[in-house]
Design a protein around this ligand. Structure first.
Ligand code: COA
Length: 153
C-alpha cells in the first residue's frame, strides 16, 4: 500500500470531515479546520492518501500539529475506520515529527483520553511516554487526559 503525505487543501475538507465525524464523539467542525488552514505560521495539517485505492486517491487519515517554539503539539489525528491497523497513523506521525524537526522542534506533546488505549499504544510505539494527567480535560463523556511527551525528536 502506497501512502502519499500531502498538506491539506480546502477541497480535501469533505473527506477529512467524514473521517472526523466517524472518529470522535465531539468532532472538530469545518470552521475549526478552516481556522487551522488560516494559521499557516503555526499550524500544519497533513493528509494521507492511498495511491492505489482509487482515482483520485482517497484521503485515509490526517494529523494536525502546531510548532510552538521548540515544541511540536499534536492536536488531532484520525484514520478512516475502513483503513485502520495498516500503519497509516504511523506514517502520519513520522511525517509530523519530520515537520517539527525541520521547524526546530526538539520535543513533542499531546493529550489523549485515558480510555483511548489504541491511540496510547500508537504513541508509545513512537517513543511517547506518559508525563501527567489533565483532570476533566474532555467533555462528552467527561474524562481526564493523559499528557504524553516525546523527548529528542
Ligand atoms: C488511533 C488511530 C489514529 C490509529 O490509526 P491506525 O492507522 O489504525 O494506526 P497504525 O495502523 O499506524 O498503528 C500503529 C501501531 O499503533 C498501535 N495501535 C493502533 N491501533 C491500535 C488498537 N486498536 N489497539 C492496540 N494498538 C493499536 C499498534 O502498536 C499498531 O501497530 P500494529 O498494528 O503493528 O500492532 C485510529 O485508531 C483512529 O483514528 N482512532 C480514532 C481517533 C483517535 O482516537 N485519535 C487519537 C486521538 S488522541
Amino acid at each position: 500500500m502506497t501512502v502519499l503525505i500531502e498538506p491539506l487543501r480546502r477541497e480535501d475538507l469533505p473527506e477529512v470531515l467524514a473521517i472526523e465525524v466517524a472518529s470522535f464523539a465531539v468532532p472538530w467542525t469545518e470552521e475549526m479546520f478552516e481556522n487551522e488552514l488560516a494559521r499557516g505560521d503555526l499550524s500544519e495539517i497533513l493528509i494521507a492518501r492511498l495511491a492505489d485505492a482509487g482515482n483520485p486517491p482517497p484521503v485515509a487519515g490526517y494529523i494536525c500539529v502546531w510548532v510552538v517554539s521548540d515544541e511540536l503539539h499534536i492536536n488531532n489525528i484520525a484514520v478512516d475506520p475502513r483503513w485502520r491497523r495498516r500503519g497509516i497513523a504511523g506514517v502520519l506521525l513520522e511525517a509530523a515529527l519530520d515537520h517539527g524537526r525541520v521547524r526546530g522542534a526538539r520535543r513533542a506533546f499531546l493529550e489523549v483520553r485515558v480510555s483511548n488505549v489504541a491511540a496510547q499504544a500508537l504513541y508509545r510505539r513512537y517513543r511517547f511516554e506518559a508525563a501527567g494527567i489533565r483532570k476533566g480535560y474532555y467533555d462528552q463523556p467527561a474524562e481526564d487526559a493523559v499528557i504524553m511527551k516525546r523527548e529528542r525528536l
